[in-house]
Design a protein around this ligand. Structure first.
Ligand code: GRF
Length: 227
């Protein structure tokens, strides 16, 4: 199988995106949802950038229309794996249907603790002594989905949200590229040939495992024995 092609999504200062690009991961397109430094970061590295400004999608924000355009931009570059790198828009179901179990995210807390946009502030407010970061497979639920990697970061005396977030991001800039690399390498392993990846992924609508894989159709999943 060829190396998986990665599409990155970003919105902010783009330092995590920069780390992914510096790691020479096969990033073929970057999609941003607003004008931001991440756009410049991608341009500097010569990766095509698609700007889809979320504010162009109506006052009440048409999430499904926005998601369709993101999916179309990723598909136009034949992307296999999506890496969110500080992306400020929650995407609709279409992205998970197009890339089942292939959307990765990094979050600045030890999930399942402190989900959402204010993870660092909430960790400080809760008085935890240790927080950290999590790389996970994204699902429709925000900051949910199977965890791929985590690393703790201590909260230091005198930390504010800015200093703590920066120390967490120092770890993310190492952990995220390494985890994305292992993920795409895993897709190339013999046990993860394209048909296995597709058949093995749960149906995005029902969450049920797909059973049409010729290698599993004789398995009676009720007792785990092969017929
Ligand atoms: C990171 O902490 C990431 O986990 C979160 O947004 C931040 C992005 O940082 N989702 P940057 O804009 O790449 O510096």
């Amino acid at each position: 199988m060829r190396t998986a092609r990665i599409g990155a999504l970003a919105s902010g200062t783009g330092t995590i995106l920069e780390a992914l690009l510096d790691a020479d991961l096969p990033i073929v397109v970057v999609v941003v949802d607003r004008r931001c430094r991440a756009e410049k970061v991608a341009q500097r590295s010569g990766v095509p950038v698609v700007v889809l400004e979320r504010r162009d999608f109506g006052e009440s924000f048409d999430r499904d229309a926005f998601t369709s355009e993101v999916v179309a931009a990723l598909a136009a570059s034949s992307v296999d794996v999506v890496a969110m790198a500080g992306f400020g828009t929650v995407l609709g179901a279409a992205v998970h249907e197009a890339f089942p179990s292939r959307v990765l995210n990094t979050h600045p807390a030890l999930l399942p603790a402190f989900k959402g946009w204010h993870a660092v502030e909430e960790a400080l407010a809760a008085g935890v002594k240790v927080t950290g970061c999590t790389v996970h497979l994204a699902t429709l639920e925000v900051d949910d989905g199977p965890i791929l990697a985590q690393e703790p970061v201590p909260v230091l005396e005198g930390d504010d949200a800015c200093s703590l977030h920066e120390r967490i991001k120092q770890v993310e800039r190492r952990l995220y590229p390494a985890t994305v690399r292992s993920f795409v390498d895993g897709l190339r392993a013999p046990s993860a040939q394209p048909e296995a990846a597709v058949f093995g992924a749960p149906d995005p609508r029902t969450g049920d495992p797909r059973t049409t894989d010729p290698r599993t159709k004789n398995l009676d999943t009720r007792n785990g024995e092969q017929k």
